[in-house]
Design a binder for this molecule. Structure first.
Ligand code: SF4
Length: 455
């Protein structure tokens, strides 16, 4: 599953100005990078139809809320946001409000009753329905296929890095996951379309791309000729100007030798693999319907490390899954201690209506889930301390993505956070940084190549 961003962000905000005579739109997004990409596409459609973005929802003629239901916390935030728009709608009945994203699929009638002030409920990727709240789209004959699918992370230089969905939906049915019910079956974008899009981005100066999918490494099985992710990675690697390629999120079942070899052999592919395991116990994995065993996962990681000894590894863990015994949880800790990931995203199990595991008793008490959560975090802190210490004195290639807490911030090819002090504007640049201090969560260093212009 693509990591969830629980912090809402207003995408595509470029101006606080309101142009009298023009119509304005505001997009509120929560959830994974796929949602970010879909919000960007909706923004591109509205721009094409003559709308301008605004940072203030009070100034908008059209408001789009892009929702997520992967966790209860996200769903609650969406409900709060949509509810708060009722006041605005009462003041300005001509305001048009749309709700989209995973909350909407199959729930349109219930949502219409709950939020009568919302004008349009449209499912993920149903962009053609935007015409119902923005009729100008029809009159300018927007070509949906021609508009970009990518988005640019607001924290980095928009001219340098982009996120591109390559496959939508998921064919797995993990027992705890709502995604397949809301996003449908896997649908890959044609390889030629993706390559063309990356070529256009490169011509505009983009140097790093992240290819996205709920099961990104399942890419291609539904296309004619059945290309796989390795084929796509090779094609993207050949594009002039693209210096870094990443992909998110992989399923262990599809992590083939071919894909691992492609990451190891292609120069622009970053030596970083994010491979969610979710639990380190075979019985828990079986009940999660993950379709692999710990032994299989271990063997995949061994091959990754054989091909890329310096690789960084990330994974996702769910603690407190229904029926997970203390002993089974210990197996997860043992696996983490054995594999020694560079990053672990840990979440406490939270039942989602409509999923298989929601029918089971959620018998691990909250305090015990919390204890297990803390145990993973404590172990991981030790491991990350040791893993990051190996960078001391090393020189890392860093793409600078912003300024925070008085320092410049960027990421290494292995996706490790690196900070440095230096005068000037470094945002969006590649720099060589010599690491002078390490910690479990980030590295500190000095710029040793004062400026390496993007080529
Ligand atoms: S069903 Fe499983 S593989 Fe698919 S998105 Fe959910 S967790 Fe990921």
């Amino acid at each position: 599953m693509i990591p969830l961003t629980l912090k809402p962000n207003e995408s595509d905000l470029v101006s606080t100005d309101v142009d009298e005579g023009a119509k304005h739109f505001f997009v509120w997004t929560i959830g994974c990078q796929m949602n970010e990409a879909e919000s960007s596409k909706a923004s591109a459609i509205l721009r094409q139809a003559g709308y301008l973005p605004t940072m203030l929802e009070e100034n908008a003629d059209v408001i789009i809320v892009n929702s997520c239901v992967v966790r209860q916390q996200a769903e609650d935030k969406v409900a709060g946001k949509v509810g708060s728009l009722a006041r605005l709608k009462a003041q300005r009945p001509d305001l048009r409000i749309a709700l989209t994203g995973c909350m909407v699929t199959g729930q349109q009638e219930q949502l219409a009753a709950r939020f009568p002030h919302v004008d349009l409920f449209y499912g993920p990727s149903e962009f053609e329905r935007l015409v119902e709240i923005a009729p100008e789209i029809e009159s300018v004959d927007v070509d949906l296929a021609e508009l970009p699918h990518f988005y640019q992370d607001g924290s980095v230089d928009p001219d340098v890095t982009a996120f591109i969905p390559i496959i939508y939906g998921c064919n797995f049915v993990c027992s705890y996951c709502i995604v397949p019910y809301r996003r449908g079956r896997e649908t890959s974008r044609p390889m030629g379309d993706i390559v063309m899009e990356v070529e256009r981005l490169s011509a505009r100066g983009v140097r790093e791309v992240t290819l996205l999918g709920q099961t990104v490494n399942a890419y291609g099985h539904d296309l004619a000729g059945q290309p796989d992710l390795a084929d796509l990675l090779a094609a993207v690697d050949r594009i002039d100007g693209i210096q870094r390629v990443r992909f998110l999120t992989s399923h262990p079942k599809y992590m083939s030798d071919r894909i691992i070899d492609a990451v190891a052999d292609l120069p622009s592919l970053c030596e970083h693999i994010n491979l969610p395991i979710q639990a380190g116990d075979n019985e828990v994995l079986r009940r999660m319907r993950r379709t692999y065993t710990v032994e299989y996962y271990r063997e995949r990681i061994a091959y990754v490390r054989e091909r890329m000894p310096g690789v960084t590894l990330a994974t996702d863990i769910i603690v407190g899954f229904p029926g997970e015994t203390p002993e089974q949880f210990e197996h997860t800790l043992q696996l983490l201690a054995e594999i020694r990931f560079d990053k672990v995203h840990v979440a406490m199990y939270s039942p989602r209506p409509g999923t298989l595991s929601n029918r089971w008793v959620d018998e691990v008490p909250w305090v015990e889930k919390k204890r297990r959560h803390r145990a993973v975090e404590a172990l991981q802190k030790e491991i990350c301390t040791e893993r990051n210490a190996r960078y001391l004195g090393q020189r890392l290639d860093v793409l600078v993505d912003g300024f925070s807490k008085g320092r410049w911030r960027g990421r290494s090819r292995g996706n490790t956070l690196v900070f440095f002090d230096a005068p000037g504007d470094w945002k969006g640049r590649f720099v060589d940084v010599q690491i002078t201090e390490t910690s479990p969560w980030y590295l500190l260093g000095d710029v040793i190549e004062s400026e390496r212009p993007v080529s």
